[in-house]
Design a protein around this ligand. Structure first.
Ligand code: MN
Ligand code: MN
Length: 296
């Protein structure tokens, strides 16, 4: 990493924590999901960061990878669990964090179980600990409170300009590898009901995209207009995820066509298979010999 990486990462983490804490009071019955997402993204910029990915707003069974657009916007309603997942990038150093806000009439216990599991996971994290030990601690903590972990969603290593790098950190006792000193990881327990499947599946919706660097090489034979669009999207995002609502000038049918032909990567919205509500908590941590430094 370049000089000053620790300070940049710390700053990204501080902004992420501040925005996460501030957004809690903005998640209310009747508010539009788009308003929440756009507020989060503009607040990140105001505080000196850039969104590392579109602000995710996940209602109930929508576990991950959903961000509202003008055409898919909706109002938050009573009885819902609202997950807000946000990322801050400063020169590509990324902090990833999430909070679940239980609207009146929802199961607040699920939120507490996700937060407790995250605390437990942070406590056992240090250099050399197998990811399966962390996953086991997360899963046991959730189960002991009468809920079920989502077994096929996991935390992840983070590298510069790379949100999902290398190692995965499961939410159940599984997986290979150990945490390493000086590396950055997102830990993110997901909680659902005991009678739910406890697995997420891809829905048909794709709301978050990414232009990988490898696309630019492959795109050399495309018509100029398409090649240039991919280049502009890559330069604007550094290869990190984006929403089409960020680019008001974007020709959405051209974008759709590039996605269909595999030049643009899309993340399917992930939903709990049995339709049960899901709660999430997430921190980004930096691993040291004797423990985990919570950056968010
Ligand atoms: Mn996240
Ligand atoms: Mn994450």
């Amino acid at each position: 990493m370049s000089e000053g990486w620790y300070e940049l990462l710390k700053s990204a983490g501080e902004i992420a924590r501040k925005v996460r804490e501030e957004v809690r009071s903005r998640v209310k019955e009747g508010t539009s999901a788009l308003e929440v997402a756009e507020w989060v993204e503009s607040r990140i910029v105001e505080l000196g960061g850039r969104p590392a990915f579109p602000c995710n707003v996940g209602v109930d069974a929508i576990a991950a990878h959903s961000t509202p657009t003008r055409s898919t916007d909706y109002r938050l309603t009573r009885g819902s669990l609202i997950k807000v997942d946000l990322g801050v990038s400063i020169e590509g150093y990324i902090a990833d964090t999430a909070v679940t806000v239980p609207l009146p009439g929802s199961d607040e216990g699920m939120v507490l179980a996700a937060e407790r599991a995250l605390q437990v996971a942070v406590r056992v994290s240090r250099a050399g600990v197998p990811v399966s030990t962390i996953g086991g601690a997360i899963g046991d903590s959730i189960t002991s409170l009468g809920y079920r972990p989502i077994s096929n969603l996991s935390g992840h290593q983070i590298e510069r300009y790379n949100l999902h790098a290398g190692l995965s950190i499961p939410n159940v006792k599984a997986g290979e590898g150990r945490l390493e000193r000086g590396k950055v990881y997102a830990i993110e327990p997901f909680v659902t009901k005991t009678d739910a499947t406890g697995r997420v599946v891809d829905s048909n919706s794709v709301e978050i995209f990414r232009v990988p660097q490898t696309t630019l090489e492959r795109a050399s034979r495309l018509p100029k207009e398409q090649r240039e669009l991919l280049r502009v999207l890559y330069d604007a995002t550094g290869g990190l995820p984006y929403s089409i609502r960020w680019f008001k000038w974007l020709d959405s049918s051209l974008h759709e066509s590039l996605y269909r032909r595999g030049y643009v990567h899309g993340y399917a919205v992930l939903v709990e298979k049995s339709g049960a509500p899901v709660a999430q908590a997430e921190h980004t941590v930096l691993i040291w010999e004797d423990g985990a430094e919570v950056l968010t």
